[in-house]
Design a protein around this ligand. Structure first.
Ligand code: AMP
Length: 206
């Protein structure tokens, strides 16, 4: 992959905080490219070796091992770039669900120029569980339908993912209240990402 690091914003937060909802909306706006690591995993052929690994770990609410995850992410980014779906010179990359461990954050340093981390803060775990259950039914996400797996996902978040925040300068971390409606949360997310985009890219339509 090119040695130029991708200018990116990380959507960060616990399962059910709304990273995917916000990322999908941002991804529809010219000049933003959204990539959700979980979506890439779910798009795999589940009978392939990597697909089987994904099922094995995700069905327990655990993280896929770091080396497999980073390699899959790298190959996917390369494909998106070759196909010009993602254009690093004009698009701000919005990453959702990666990095999810300190080792992943370190491994991504050579690929990413992280301009901002949006930390979606949702202190109400019951609300997040409610969102995950709703989504499980709508999107056929078996891992989010089972109470035990959901609980495990929170444990893994607290133990392995929350420490990732400390890998970034406090000055580039924005806490955004994730408890409101998707539109309210979006308003706050845009307040953070639009200035970042303006500072680093020319108007994509200009
Ligand atoms: P998500 O859709 O982001 O909730 O991810 C669903 C599942 O995919 C997770 O529970 C993990 O098993 C796996 N996964 C997604 N992103 C990562 C990552 N960055 N590292 C390891 N596993 C991941």
């Amino acid at each position: 992959m090119s040695t130029q690091r991708f200018k990116s914003v990380l959507l960060f937060g616990a399962p059910g905080a709304g990273k995917g909802t916000q990322g999908k909306i941002l991804g529809k706006i010219p000049g933003f490219f959204h990539l959700a690591c979980g979506d890439v995993f779910r798009s795999l052929d589940l009978s392939s070796e990597l697909g089987k690994k994904f099922l094995e770990y995700s069905s327990r609410g655990e993280l896929v091992p770091d080396d497999l995850t980073i390699e899959m992410w790298r190959q996917n980014m390369q494909a998106q770039t070759v196909l010009s779906l993602y254009k690093p010179a004009v698009d701000l990359l919005i990453l959702d669900g990666i990095p999810r461990s300190v080792a992943q954050a370190r491994a991504l340093e050579k690929y990413l120029d992280v301009l901002e981390v949006i930390h979606l803060v949702c202190p109400d775990r019951d609300e997040m569980v409610r969102r995950m259950r709703k989504r499980a039914l709508k999107e056929n996400r078996l891992d989010d339908a089972d109470e035990k797996v959901i609980r495990r996902r929170f444990e893994v978040y607290d133990r392995e993912t929350a420490p990732v925040l400390a890998c970034y300068e406090r000055s580039i971390i924005s806490d955004v209240d994730a408890m409101g409606s998707p539109a309210e949360v979006l308003q706050h997310v845009l307040e953070v990402v639009v200035p970042v985009q303006n500072q680093h890219f020319r108007n994509p339509l200009g």
